[in-house]
Each structure stands twice: as C-alpha cells, then as structure tokens.
Design a protein around this ligand. Structure first.
Ligand code: PHE
Ligand code: ZN
Length: 852
C-alpha cells in the first residue's frame, strides 16, 4: 500500500550537521504564538564534513524570518520542512535563526504546542517538535537547550534548571544535551505540591507536582511514589538524578499515559491525581508504576537515548522492565508478575498473533506513532527479563553498569545494548537477537517420559509466520523448570534450561518416582506453552507448586481447559476446578491478592485467542454464555463461605493504598461479586451505600451492573461525581463494560449523547468508545452494530486527533479469528475507513496493515 512512504532502518544515515546549542524564545498567545530559534550548527564529521544542504523538519509553521550568520535568506519551506542549499552555508560553524508563528489553541492533535483548560503544554515525542519550530527532529541530534518563555501566566516552565524569572517571563537552561523529542514547555495557572529530595551524593533537588488549583490535595501519592522511585534507582541501578529541579505537570488532555521530558515530565492527570475518595487501588498502583517509569527514563531514555525510532524498545523495553522490578519490590513480585503476564497475553499476544504483528525492533514504519505498542513496550521488557535469566543477576548488573558508562550522552542502538552483554559475559547473542528482529509468539510443545529413574522433558518450538516474515529461526528460550514428587515435595528446585534448537530434550536422573514438572516458572519466556495435562495434575500443581506464578497458572489452565470444553461441547463445570478453587479461596495462608487473582475468570477475549490458537473458530456469544455459567457455578459452590470471608477481610481504620490493604480489598470485592450472583445484590447495595473510598464504590457498583442491577446507584454516582473528569470516566466506562451483549451498542450510543461526552478529550473517548471495543461479546454482537459505531467515531476523531484514533483502531485487529460473517463485516468496515477522504497517515497505515 503505502510502501513508497515507509521509513526504513536500513536507510539510516547520521545527520549532516551537529547542533551545539539551541536557544528558543516563546511569546505565548492562543492563536499566534511566536517562536524564535537560534541554532549553533556545524557540519557533522561523520558525514564527511561540509558540502551538504541543511534540511530541517517543520510542519504547520508560518515562517516569518530566516537568517544564516545574521544574513537574511529568502524562505523556501514546503509541507514537511525547509531546505537551505549548501551554497548558502559557510564551510565551518554557523548560526541559523528562524522565527515562526503557530496556533496552539487550534491544535486538537495534542502534539506539538497545544492548550488544555487554558494551560499551554507540549508533547514532542515522537515527532512533535517539528510543529513548534524548524529543526532536525530526530533522536540522534542531541543539543543543549536554553529557553525563554514569555506569557501572561503565573507559572512558566521548561526543561532543565531555572535561570531567571520576572513578571510574565522565565528562562530555563538544560545542561544535558538532548534530542528534540524531550523538549517541553508548560505555562498556566498552576499550583505546586512540593517536596525536597537529596541525592546520595548530596545534590538538593526541588520536587514539584503542578496541578490545577483545587487539585493540590490529590498529589501526595504521586509525590511519595516519585521519592521512592528516586531512592530505588540509586540503590538498585546506582543512578542519581542530575538537575536541581524535577517538575511533573498533570494535564487533562493527553494522548498517552505520560511523557519523560527532561526535568519536566508531563502526565495524563489520571496517572497523577489520587485520593482515597477518587482513586481505586488499581489507580494507585498504576500511578506508582507510571511515575516510576517516567522517572527511570531519565537514565534509560534521556541520558542514553535512541539513535532512531527503530530502536524505541531500547528505552521503552528497558524502562518497562525497570518499572516492573520496582513495583515488584514495592508490592509483591508474585502478584506483579501475574498481572504483567495477564496484560502481556491480553495485549501483546493478541497483537503478535494478528495482522499487526511486528518485531520488537521493526525494520520499517509509515507513522512512528503507530509503533508505541505492547510489542515494543511489554515484549521489549520480556526480552530483557530473558536476557537476565540467561546471564544471571550479577552479569546483568555488570552489563548495565557498562551500558551506562559507555553510552551516557549518546543515542544508542540494540546492537550497542547487546554488545555490553556480550562483552561482560563472553556470550554470543547472535541467536538471541532474533527476539528483537522476528515477530510472533513462539509455540512451545512439551511432552515427557519417565524410565528407570530418568525423567526427560521433550520440547519443540514453532515460530509462526507473521506479516512480511514467513520463515524464522529457532529462538533461545530460557525455560525455568522445577520437579515435584508424588507427595508434593519439590525434588528438583528451579533450574533454567536453555533451549536453542527447534527440538530439544533435557534429562533429570536419579529420581525415585515419576515427578510432575512445573514448566516455564515465572513465565520465563513469552511463549504459548502447549502441554497435555490431566485436570488432576493441574489441580496438584495449584495445590503444591512452590513457584507462585505457576501455582496461579495451574489454576488458570484448569479454568481455561474447562471453559473451552464448556464452549465447544457444552460441558458443565466439574468438581476438579470447583474443588481446587474453593480450596485456594479459603486458604488463609495465601496472600489475599493472589487469591483474588485466582478468582478472576479468563476474559472473553483471552478465551477467543486461546480457542483460535487451538484450531477453533471462537463464537463470542457462546464464550460469553459459558463464562456466565462458570461464574454462576462458582458462586453457588462458594456461596455458604462468602459472607464469612467478606467479613474477615474488613479493614478497620482509615483507607491506606498499600499492597496489603489493596489485596484484602481485591479479595473481598471478588467475593462480593460472587455473592451478588446468589443474593440479588443485597450485600453489594449495602457496600455501595457504605463505601468511603473509590475502590469500594466502583467495586460494589460493578457487582450490581454485572447482575443487571445498579441503575439507582449509577444515578447517585453521577450526581456525586459529575464535576470530576477522572471519576466520571469510570462512570462512562463501567456501564459499557458491563452491558449485556445485545445492549452494548445501544448503551454506548446513548452515552455518546450525554452532555459530558466530550469526545475530543482522549480519556473520555477511550472510556466510551474504547469500553465498547473491550466488551468482547458486545463488540462482536449480531449484525455488526458495534463495529459500525466504533468505526463512525474513529472516523470522526481521525481528522482532529489521528494518534488516538489510529491507536484505537486496534479494536479490529483480531478479525481473522472469527467466522466468515464477522470477517466480512470487519473487512467492510476497514475498507470503508480506508476509502475515507482525507484519512490521516496514521489511520491509513493501521487500516491497511489490518487488511493485509
Ligand atoms: N515515552 C512515553 C513513555 O513511555 C510515551 C509517549 C509516547 C508519550 C509518545 C507521548 C507520546 O513514557
Ligand atoms: Zn516509556
């Protein structure tokens, strides 16, 4: 399709020039902001010195003035930038000055300089800086920035350290060279929640979280998370903060979660603001993780950045890996790992097994904004986890030290990253590198045999074809294995088997009896494990496995096997699963958070993925019905014990967001959801009425919606929270998430007519349109009403905000799984999208790739 427009890794060349210093002056005005730029440039020796034209990126800029070394030049800008002929440039260093005018108020794409509730803010990753001024907008051009902001607003912020300020102006200087995508500016009527921090070598840092007046009281948890992140990065990675200030700003209109701009992180307000009354336990956990993620980018992303956008996983995979480690240290490693794997399967496996599959390091793209994906982020983190398992913790630490030493201040590549591991360990990582260059989820088949005291595991890996990659080689798979004896004792502790061949066997000798293997402990490799195991063996693992991830996984597999049988053959839930789950639920020696995870049934989408992978055509209505039956059977079975369990988990005293308290609430609400299936919602209604925190309030409301009740509670919730954007997002999303399949499209349509459905706000759009895409049975129901509704809204949003519209088009990425009718309907919708005049490049690429 758009082959001609594709950017290719193979075409990389260093930039023609180096930028030593950038000085920017902003005169802010909603419809006519002036940006003056002064760039100190010189020819790049890596491109053979002088003689090259100077090409600068620029989009939507009104060029007012252009001069080289003070000499005005006639302007020759086009739709994507500006070229100055080598003939107009001196041989050595020179100064380029430009002045442009931009209109932040009309910027609905939320990329570049835009406005949100009267506040100016920027988003430059990946290629937004070119919407602010003419510049080589690529990550390998690193420069020092000095910024003067002029505007009639009380708070004027940019990157780095404050230099000077007066009424209506402020100057900032960032001593660390950085690529333009890390530039940021914020101006508005903001209030700070502040705290001091001293780094381990004694630098005093002023920490500020900037919010709209009235929100100051909801910053404490984010600040606490920031301080813990800073301490953790010092202790675990030896990384200190490197400026005198660290500013975080909360913005209501934001396309993503947050952004790691140097010294000035900008956050989607829903990942900063929290109080017990307005935020759920999940919100608290996410805030902690995202604050950490953005802070950790200061080293993995900012001090060491990416040479080009193909290397995006270099910063994102590593930073996700680091934030996952951090959350595990702060909370529970077992629970965090289970949650991360649930997410990986729900988003990354789904992507990797469909038409949008791409490598962790892709070779080409049309629009880079389409590549901020679960594969780059989450699979990118998994690959690092595997690398660490293969080389060991000490070697990992040494490799990271070398990485930071060697590449500080540089724009690096995956080759640089792998080289530090090769050099510290002496390993050859050529085969391992396939994890970066080849897409797709490997399928790992396992069988075993036992004879004369020898137990052998046989593995076979299959690496399925993905778009553009028909054949691929065997992967290096770290397979963590432990063996359990017949009485449940662990006879062989966790051992990492290293599989490198398409087929490979591993033998354990000297065993008195046939053991039961616990395979892929901790989910040691992101693969689909295929293993025939009797339900009683899975139940045995659920009861005895010492590896908490595999203990959970055994219960999960039991549930999935059963649910698949219920869907395909109409089976009823048998005693294996019910007995096993009852034992876990009532086992007080187990962490309540872990038990809550065990009670979570596989999602409909997860089942559709699983059924498809095992050769079935998933029927969304049948999956939905079976899952309801499964929940009902579990509720019946546990009914007698639920009130006691719920009472025993009551938390006396005020709300605290820590993991222990959150885990108890999670189990209590899981029990309440089951109880609601048998008591008509009486207990949930009481819990809603008595709730003194948002976790309870949303939890109890969800229980009611799940059984088709809760209309009065919805109305009360709305009356109470009408003025709170972040809380109202939950109100919108819940109704759609819990709508019965045949009602989902209608409920969504009705909510799009609600006066507070501000569809230009990405959070609100996702809460409504995204919630419909996430209601599996509702999205795929009947004659495609939901497909059409989602497509209509994507097409409406696309001209205003292509980035968010294109990202949400992934609602359609699973179409090849389903029956011919549904395939035909989705194809027709995607073709309608593609045929739309004026479609964004973002959406065109996505729809084109999904159609294949
Ligand atoms: N780099 C950001 C992060 O991972 C994500 C992001 C990408 C935000 C593009 C905005 C735009 O933290
Ligand atoms: Zn990131």
């Amino acid at each position: 399709m758009t082959e001609a427009l594709a950017i290719r890794l193979a075409d990389y060349q260093p930039y023609t020039h180096l930028v030593d210093q950038v000085s920017l002056t902003f005169r802010l005005a909603p419809t006519a902001t002036r940006v003056k730029a002064r760039l100190d440039l010189r020819p790049n020796p890596a491109r053979g010195g002088g003689g090259h034209d100077l090409r600068l990126d620029g989009e939507g800029l009104r060029l007012l003035a252009l001069a080289v070394d003070g000499r005005a030049l006639a302007a020759r800008s086009d739709a994507t930038g500006l070229t100055i002929s080598a003939a107009d440039l001196p041989d050595g260093p020179f100064v380029l000055e430009t002045e442009v005018e931009i209109a932040p108020e009309g910027n609905t794409a939320l990329e570049g300089l835009y406005m949100s509730n009267g506040m100016y803010c920027t988003q430059c990753e990946a290629e937004g800086f070119r919407k602010i001024t003419f510049y080589p907008d690529r990550p390998d051009v690193m420069a020092r920035f000095r910024v003067r902001v002029e505007g009639d607003l009380p708070v004027l912020l940019s990157n780095g350290n404050p230099v000077a300020q007066g009424p209506g102006w402020a100057e900032w200087d960032d001593p660390w060279p950085k690529p333009a995508y890390l530039f940021a500016l914020v101006a508005g009527n903001l209030r700070a929640h502040s705290a001091p921090f001293r780094t381990k070598s004694g630098r005093d840092v002023a920490l500020n979280i900037w919010v709209r007046p009235g929100d100051e009281g909801r910053c404490a948890y984010a600040m606490d998370s920031l301080i813990r992140s800073m301490l953790w990065d010092e202790q675990v990675y030896g990384r200190e903060y490197d400026l005198d200030v660290f500013n975080i700003v909360a913005v209501d209109d934001f396309n993503m979660g947050a952004m790691e701009n140097k010294g000035l992180n900008i956050f989607n307000s829903k990942f900063v603001l929290a109080s017990p009354e307005t935020a759920t336990d999940d919100d608290f956990a996410r805030i902690e993780a995202i604050i950490a993620h953005e802070y950790f980018h200061n080293w993995t992303g900012n001090r060491i950045t990416c040479r080009d956008w193909f290397q995006l996983c270099l910063k994102e995979g590593l930073t996700v890996y680091r934030d996952q480690q951090f959350s595990g240290d702060m909370r529970s490693h077992a629970v965090k790992r289970i949650e991360d794997v649930l997410m990986l399967r729900a988003r990354q496996f789904r992507e990797d097994q469909g038409p949008l599959a791409h490598a962790v390091r892709p070779e080409s793209y049309v629009e880079i904004n389409n590549f901020y994906t679960a594969t780059i982020y989450e699979k990118g983190a998994e690959v690092i986890g595997m690398l660490r398992r293969l080389v060991g913790d000490d070697a990992y630490a040494r490799a990271l030290d070398l990485y930071f030493d060697r590449h500080d201040g540089e724009a690096a590549t995956i080759e640089d990253w792998l080289a530090v591991f090769e050099e510290t360990t002496g390993r050859d990582l050529a085969q391992f590198k396939r994890w970066y260059t080849e897409a797709g989820t490997p399928r790992l088949r396992m069988t075993d045999d036992f004879k004369d005291g020898s137990y052998t595991l046989h593995f076979e890996q299959e690496n399925p074809a993905t778009p553009g990659q028909p054949v691929k080689g065997a992967k290096v798979l770290p397979i963590a294995v432990g063996l359990l004896g017949p009485n449940g004792d662990e006879v062989v502790p966790t051992t990492v088997l290293e599989m490198t061949e398409p087929r490979q066997s591993f033998r354990f000798d000297g065993l008195p009896a046939r053991p039961l293997a616990s395979v892929l402990r901790g989910f040691s490799a992101p693969v689909v494990l295929i293993r025939d195991l009797r339900p009683e063996d899975r139940a045995f693992l659920l009861a005895h496995d010492t590896d908490p991830f595999n203990k959970w996984e055994a219960g999960r597999a039991l549930a999935k096997d059963l649910l698949a049988r219920m869907v395909v053959t109409g089976a009823q839930p048998g005693p294996d699963w019910l007995d096993a789950l009852e034992r876990v639920t009532l086992d007080d020696s187990l962490d309540p958070a872990f038990r809550a995870l065990c009670l979570r049934l596989p999602s409909d989408d997860d089942m559709a993925q699983t059924l498809h992978a095992s050769g079935h055509v998933p029927d969304p209505a049948a999956i939905y019905a079976a899952r309801r039956r499964m929940g009902a059977a579990l509720a019946q079975r546990l009914a007698a014990g639920l009130p006691g369990l719920i009472a025993s988990l009551a938390e006396p005293g005020p709300f605290t967001p820590d993991a222990r308290a959150a885990g108890r609430r999670a189990l209590r609400l899981a029990a309440l959801a089951l109880l609601s299936r048998v008591d008509g919602g009486a207990a949930a209604r009481a819990a809603f009425a008595g709730a003194d925190n948002m976790t309870e309030e949303v939890g109890a409301l969800s229980c009611l919606l799940d059984i088709g009740e809760g209309q009065a509670e919805l109305a009360r919730f709305e009356a109470r929270w009408r003025a709170d954007r972040n809380v109202m997002d939950k109100w919108f999303a819940l109704q759609i998430a819990y709508a019965a399949p045949e009602r989902a499209a209608d409920v969504t349509r009705a909510l799009t007519a609600h006066p507070d459905f501000d569809w230009k706000n990405p959070n609100r759009f996702r809460s409504v349109i995204g919630a419909l895409a996430g209601n599996h049975a509702g999205f795929h129901h009947g004659e495609g009403a939901s497909y059409a509704l989602v497509a209509d809204w994507l097409l409406r949003l696309d001209p205003l905000n292509p980035q968010t519209a294109a990202r949400m088009s992934t609602a359609f990425e699973t179409w090849p799984r389903y029956d011919a009718d549904r395939q035909g309907m989705v194809r027709a919708v995607l073709e309608r999208i593609l045929a739309t005049e004026g479609l964004s490049r973002d959406m065109r690429e996505m729809a084109g790739r999904m159609l294949g």
